[in-house]
Design a protein. Structure first.
Lengths: 649, 260
């Protein structure tokens, strides 16, 4: 083992998931009865701080505002409506069984546990499947314009990792419509006076007092003002950290700062190495590239994925005859075909490209071909289903996807890792709750398509509004004066850090460091990982971080809009988080879901789990030494679904 | 290719502002417009100058953060496209481009190409939602919405709140934005209760924010990156007129009946 060997924390684990007892179907219902309530008259005396206004944050804040709590929200965007949940395209799963195709809560539960490669907590996944049904009801009541059949009933479609049709959608803009529903519910509470939303306000640190989360320190991105906000409980719904790879499908401002600051204040980080590489993105075109664009997985319903059988075949795709094409997903996974789950489809694409059969000028691409479905259904039907995606593809690449096959390649899309939380979504810091992609979530080692929206809204509409009041009812909190020495201390640490970033006055821009970090992470901790690569990354990352603090050039001025300074703080945190991701990836000497260790694969190159040694969630504690975090293990017990090899063949 | 950029620079709302000229060199056709600006900004930073401030986030044309005027056209020359999705294929070597922020009294300039669009949030707060408290919903399929009606509601709901309609309008009206939300909700069966309240409240707020009135130029429709159409404004006006003439009396009468 390297110098970065995982240090095991002492026995008497501090990661107690607090899963309620009883049969899995009854856990949540009984637990809700056990959760304590706050009297309606007392609710407005409690202040709840929400950071982030995406699906989980907006839904949670609106719901707790409706209950009568005093809620304060913070977003770095200029409006709560802009959070990156808005970019989710394909749809949202729900076990409604409106199609009579054999769906049930139990089957969604099973698909999600299997899809996550048996690295998630059964009780959480069951609850998610159970609540999925009510989410659709809630969204329709809010006026979300889901796709409909002619008779007026809701339409559904299929998604990866499932053999039935349970995905509800609003063209290719499902995330937008769901987020606007939650945003409107939030604005309704703003009008009612229960919720306030501070826009252009970024959380830069967490205030912990007597072991409990009591507030956040923020920076106003317009004026640079540093301010503390105190409350009774803090809820982080700040999304994922995929931008640690620089190029990802995340929005440009997505960052890890809120959860990373909380981690350094005591919140354990769960499974940081579980990252999802999405198979259907538009390939990279040049060095200046600022982000990658996802093409919804729903395209795989009607598009067929292939590469030429012959290496270095440079003919245009339409000239390659049928028998010289390799529809490799259909060949390798006949029962799921083009709808194989994301981690598997991505690795299969990498494999054919590594063999030299990739397409496009870089050789890093595969075809997604609609020829057959256009012949079968007509261009009009395909246009109705995916028109906006074809338009987007053409705007970016200049090619018409109806006429020539689209070129796609995997890209970083989502992180299953995040702050570790128990069943109640409470982190290891009492009073700090975490929802949506920011927590280490219910998706295990791989998330199935159309499940992120489901999880964000389950957390926001139904789980946090039950568990946060319970914390408030159980906990006696003293009123905290805003000039408390601890509050002042955290504020001054935030100011010092900004001053340090501005003082470096080096020679390299923030973006140039971010790009270098991204390349490093993609090469050593991307779709395939191995001991030598991860060990190398763990030498390079601290060196890059050291250079950053010595040589970064941040534009002057902390009292006005300074996007260079905003980015600098975020990249400084990514440079620390990247090291933890690699430490986690190195320690987990098995393959599971999105985490593929080359040392651990089956004969036909599928991920090979090691349940004997790694059937646990890894929760990392910050020890003050970035290179030596302490590992806590939460054992994963499968009582309802037997641990088995995950096969889509 | 090489492009000359004339960019509006303004330190804050009080600063009178001015144009500055920059050269974008070796621009690739494959680049997005914002990637071209990223490269210009990297050069400015390395030269010790203030980079150009513009808002952006998803760069997929859906979050609505980005937007400025290029040669007089909000979001630039491509129809139905936000500036983040605009690619340099749209231009040729030697082009001169003038970049300006949205200009409207209700959108004060924050810095350079970034404006304050919080007025849009306040219009939504004035009624742009349904009263659907969490947990109170019935089964989703209990509400039937004919496909055509759902599609029309979706077309209105596609608005990303970017503000291009306001920037394009000679009166700086926000009627396309406001009418899109009023129409989205008013077209659905769930949106019928309080339909009049919604129209009255949102239009009053729109006026209070200092947006102008519609005089049927149709510039908003041409500039909208989601191609939302003007007939929604007619729909809003119909709701407003109906509400102003009849609904208060009607609702008043119903209340009285209920009390009896």
């Amino acid at each position: 083992m390297s110098a970065h060997a995982a240090t095991d924390a002492a026995a008497g684990s501090r990661v107690q998931a607090k899963v309620p007892p009883g049969p899995i179907e009854q856990k949540w219902g009984r637990h809700k009865f056990d959760l304590k309530l706050v009297n309606p008259a007392n609710r407005r005396r409690h202040t709840i701080l929400f950071v982030g206004t995406g699906l989980a944050g907006a839904a949670g804040a609106a719901s707790l505002g409706e209950l009568g709590f005093n809620v304060k929200c913070f977003t770095y965007n200029d409006s709560a409506r802009r959070a990156h949940s808005i970019a989710a395209q394909g749809g949202i799963n729900a076990a409604k069984n409106y199609r009579n195709d054999g769906d049930s809560v139990w089957r969604l539960f099973y698909d999600t546990v299997k899809g996550g490669d048996f690295r998630s907590r059964e009780a959480n996944v069951y609850r998610l499947a159970e609540l999925s049904v009510r989410i659709i009801d809630q969204c329709v009541a809010q006026g979300v314009p889901f796709a409909r059949e002619y008779g007026g009933l809701l339409d559904t479609r299929s998604f990866g990792g499932a053999q039935l049709s349970r995905t509800f959608y609003a063209r290719g803009q499902t995330g937008q419509q769901l987020l606007l529903g939650a945003y409107q519910a939030l604005q309704r509470q703003v009008a009612a006076g229960t919720v306030s939303v501070e826009t252009h306000t970024e959380m830069l640190d967490l205030i912990v007092l007597d072991g409990r989360a009591r507030g956040v320190v923020t920076r106003d991105l317009r004026t640079g003002q540093i301010e503390s906000h105190l409350g009774d409980v803090v809820v982080l719904c700040t999304g994922g950290y995929g931008n640690v790879f620089y190029l990802s499908t995340n929005a440009k401002n997505c960052n890890a700062t809120a959860i990373w600051r909380a981690h350094k204040r005591g919140a354990f980080f769960g499974n940081p190495c579980y990252t999802q590489i999405h198979p259907t993105c538009i390939p990279v075109s040049g060095e200046y590239q600022s982000k990658l664009t996802l093409m919804s997985e729903s395209l795989r319903n009607d598009g067929r994925v292939w590469v030429p059988k012959r290496k270095g075949d440079t003919r245009s795709p339409n000239e390659i005859p049928e028998d010289e094409r390799d529809y490799y997903l259909e060949r390798k996974y006949p029962s799921f075909g083009n709808l194989a789950p994301r981690d598997i489809a991505s690795r299969a694409a990498k494999e054919v490209c590594d063999e030299g059969r990739g397409v496009g000028s870089t050789g890093l691409g595969v075809y997604l071909d609609f020829r057959d479905s256009i012949q079968r259904l007509g261009q009009q039907v395909i246009g109705e289903r995916y028109g906006n995606l074809f338009e987007m593809y053409e705007r970016i690449t200049g090619e018409n996807g109806y006429k020539v096959p689209m070129r796609i390649f995997p890209a970083v899309h989502y992180v299953m890792g995040g702050l570790w939380v128990g069943y109640d979504l409470e982190s290891t810091i009492p009073g700090l709750f975490v929802g949506g992609e920011a927590n280490f979530s219910d998706h295990g080692a791989n998330r199935l398509g159309a499940s992120a929206l489901m999880q964000g809204l389950a957390d926001g509409y139904f789980i946090l509004p039950a568990t946060v009041p319970d914390y408030l009812a159980r906990t006696k909190l003293d009123k905290l004066p805003s000039d408390h020495p601890e509050v002042r201390r955290v504020e001054s640490e935030v100011r010092d850090r900004i001053a340090r970033l501005l003082a470096v006055k080096g020679k390299r821009t923030v973006d140039s460091f971010h790009r270098e970090l991204g390349v490093l992470m993609w090469n050593y901790c991307g779709m395939a990982r191995n001991e030598a690569g991860l060990t190398a990354a763990l030498e390079k990352i601290p060196a890059l971080r050291e250079e950053f603090w010595r040589n970064v050039l941040v534009v002057d001025g902390s009292d006005t809009v300074n996007q260079s300074l905003e980015k600098a703080g975020r990249v400084a945190d990514f440079l620390e988080l990247a090291e933890l991701i690699c430490i986690d990836a190195l320690h987990r000497r098995e393959s599971c879901g999105g985490h593929f260790r080359e040392e651990s694969q089956t004969e036909d190159h599928e991920a090979k789990r090691d349940d004997q040694n790694f059937c646990y969630a890894g929760a990392w504690e910050h020890t003050g030494d970035l290179g030596n975090p302490a590992l806590h293990r939460e054992p994963l017990v499968f009582e309802n679904i037997a641990l088995s090899e995950r096969s889509y063949k | 290719m090489n492009i000359t950029l004339k960019v509006w620079r303004q330190r804050n709302a009080q600063d009178p502002g001015h144009f500055e000229t920059y050269q974008a060199t070796n621009v690739s056709h494959e680049m997005s417009f914002l990637e071209m600006l990223d490269v210009v900004n990297e050069g400015l930073i390395l030269g010790g100058k203030d980079p150009i401030v513009f808002e952006h986030d998803c760069r997929e044309g859906i979050c609505g953060s980005c937007g400025f005027v290029i040669n007089g056209r909000p979001h630039g020359p491509w129809p139905g496209t936000t500036v983040c999705q605009l690619h340099m294929r749209a231009f040729k070597d030697g082009d001169h481009l003038i970049l300006e922020p949205w200009r409207a009294a209700a959108f004060p300039i924050v810095k350079d190409l970034m404006v304050d669009r919080s007025a849009f949030d306040r219009i939504i707060q004035a009624g742009g939602y349904l009263d659907a408290p969490t947990g109170a919903a019935q089964d989703a399929n209990a509400i039937l919405v004919p496909k055509e009606r759902a599609e029309l509601a979706f077309e209105a709901a596609a608005c990303i709140g970017c503000g291009a309609c306001v920037a394009a309008c000679p009166n700086a009206a926000a009627m396309l934005f406001t009418s899109a939300k009023i129409s989205h909700l008013g077209l659905l069966p769930q949106g019928q209760p309080r339909r009049s309240h919604r129209a009255l409240g949102m239009v009053a707020q729109m006026d209070a924010e200092g947006f102008g009135g519609c005089t049927n130029h149709g510039e908003c429709e041409g500039a909208c990156p989601k191609q939302i159409r003007m007939h929604f404004i007619a729909r809003m006006n119909r709701d407003l007129v109906t509400a102003s003439l009849w609904r208060p009396k009607l609702e008043g009468a119903l209340h009285t009946l209920a009390e009896i």
